[in-house]
Ligand binder design. Structure first.
Ligand SMILES: NC(=O)c1ccc[n+]([C@@H]2O[C@H](COP(=O)([O-])OP(=O)(O)OC[C@H]3O[C@@H](n4cnc5c(N)ncnc54)[C@H](OP(=O)(O)O)[C@@H]3O)[C@@H](O)[C@H]2O)c1
Length: 252
């Protein structure tokens, strides 16, 4: 039986990834801050499921997650936990943005490094980092969030090339969805400006593609078209479009 570790498994895309992997017969290690939801999920998935309630923005938290998995072969790591902070850069609270950097960047970086070392040693395993289509451009009104997802995309694709050069069998992938119907917008304090994707579809597509060895995972036709547009559009022009798109999400 294979084992997957999922961060941010208590809601949205992470929870759907857990449900899908469970249906495929995987053993699960689930993390998040919401202890009640973790207990509920462990009960639903059965006794093999392990849970760790932890805030990934706290110093040393990613290392604690790694230590929690000591002695267990993690075949799939899903770095999914993340959130956004909406607003003009001069207005958004610094403390929230530093937390964002700790969860969206720092924790992803540390967990990827620690688990990848073991995977490379045994020449097997998969890491699925949850980025975003936001990882291919700059994002006025969600500037720190877009920047964090750029980090996740660049880190993952760089590691992928290092592994390819080594002839390694370890797979690394980055999931880059557009808007998905989860708790993400509630937490960021915004509304959707376009119809969001179904998190179940995104989760299944992501897991299938990652296990299949795909690198950049773009779920849905609109996301693929958006990605292509970002490849062709000059950065400063793209930022103008993103500003207009994000402005429509504002609740005020
Ligand atoms: N929804 C979208 O439109 C969208 C689009 C592109 C990419 N994404 C990415 O998808 C990933 C999952 O987000 P989602 O859309 O599924 O949103 P969500 O429903 O809000 O889920 C976010 C998950 O991250 C966990 N998390 C947040 N802060 C945490 C912290 N400090 N420590 C530990 N865990 C934390 C949450 O768990 P607890 O609350 O239990 O801590 C929750 O399980 C994120 O990386 C997000 O950036 C989302």
């Amino acid at each position: 039986m294979k084992t997957a570790l999922i961060t941010g498994a208590t809601s949205g895309i992470g929870r759907e990834i857990a449900v899908y992997l469970h249906s495929l017969g995987w053993r699960l290690i689930l993390t998040g801050r919401n202890r009640e939801m973790l207990c509920k999920m462990a009960k639903a998935f059965g006794s093999g499921t392990r849970t760790l309630s932890i805030d990934l923005s706290k110093p040393g938290a990613p290392q604690q997650v790694f230590a929690f998995c000591a002695g267990i072969q993690v075949d799939l790591l899903v770095n999914n936990a993340g959130f956004g902070v909406f607003g003009e850069f001069t207005e958004t609270p610094l403390a929230q943005e530093l937390e964002l950097i700790d969860v969206n960047i720092r924790a992803v970086h540390i967990l990827t490094k620690l688990f990848l070392r073991n995977m490379v040693k045994r020449d097997s395993g998969t890491i699925l980092n949850v980025g975003s289509i936001a990882g291919f451009t700059s994002g006025p009104l969600l500037s720190g969030y877009y920047a964090s997802k750029n980090y996740v995309v660049r880190l993952t694709t760089a590691i992928r090339e290092e592994l390819r050069r080594k002839g390694s069998n370890v797979k690394v992938a980055v999931l880059c969805p557009g808007p998905v119907d989860t708790n993400f917008n509630n937490r960021a304090g915004v509304t959707f400006s376009v119809k969001p994707a179904n998190p179940r579809y995104v989760a299944r597509y992501a897991v299938d593609c990652a296990l299949d060895g795909k690198c950049i995972i773009l779920p849905g036709l609109f996301v693929k078209i958006g990605w292509l547009g970002m490849q062709l559009c000059p950065e400063t022009i793209a930022a103008r479009f993103v500003y207009e798109f994000q402005k429509r999400k504002s609740k005020s």
